[in-house]
Design a protein around this ligand. Sequence first.
Ligand SMILES: [Fe+2]
Length: 368
Amino acid sequence: MKPQENLLPRKRIMIVDDNATNLMFAKTALFDRFDVFTVPSAAKMFNLLPSSSPDLILLDISMPEMDGYEALKILKSKEEWKNIPVIFLTGMDQAKEETDGLALGAIDYIYKPFEPRLLKKRIENYIQLAELKDTLAKNDVRLTDRNKNLDILLTLKNKSSRELCVSIFSVLSDMVENRNHKIQTKRGRTRDWVKILIDAMLERGVYKSTLESWNMEEVAMAAELHDLGKIEIPEALILKKSRLTPAELEVVKKHTIYGELMLERMGTQIANRDFVAHAQLFCLNHHERWDGSGYPRALKAHEIPLQGRIMAIVDVYDALTNVRPYKKAFPHYYAIKVLLEGSSGYFDPSIMEVFREIAWKFDIGEDK
Ligand SMILES: [Fe+2]
């Protein structure tokens, strides 16, 4: 979804930082798209908030007198300010501090020095998401008010919720993609690979009765959200080039749970529960392993929902054939060799048998 820059009123961004150079740099990056207010301290921010009503706050962490954490705690404790999205704009890059900030209610971190285009795009995404949430809330209020005709009401709700579902999906996909902008990915291919694998399973009668009950378009779209929870993982960990420490790995593993919870919150507003349910199962279970060595719940064999067993294969193929911060991209033939020969016990053997026969179809070219 494209931001409607010329049709909508300009959003107001407040930047709080004790460093005048940082304030000027951030303002220069954003002023053509947003109304920007620069504030040199948390105390001044609280003075200005009653009259300025920002749509989003960029908040520095290290400031004299009151730091960003303290300021965020106060913001979240006040009814009139608690829903203003806050992004920490900071030079710190320690995962522990990021986790603390996210736990307090910050929606993200952006590191200084930042890339202006990325800063603008990230803020646009969060603003769009906030608008969609607001529309959803208003939509529900309107529907409740029209409680006289239940049939008409349900038709309206289903129609508008489907449209909103598509809009939210577009924004979320964009956010996930943007979050991992430094990683070269093959957009849209998860959807293709999941379809290829499921089609082949159906042809061969593998888990046929379950698969026949699925709406394939919904499933393929839901599969693309499997890493949604990475939005809540510190960027420093997502883009780290060296091996993650055990503590860092535990933080990254939580993206499975975060994704499922995000969809749960969203699901209460979306009529298309099947789509949300598929997406939740992809999120929570794509790192589970057939032999019980996966996460987050160390499920085994058929304890793992079918969505997770399918996505496990597709996700490993994707990881092997794409560049990651810590590795180069491997060619298709090598990825297949690793999957078929080096991962015994990790994957559902029935699905792997199918994959063995149709793996060549995964090599769908570089231009898509
Ligand atoms: Fe993942």
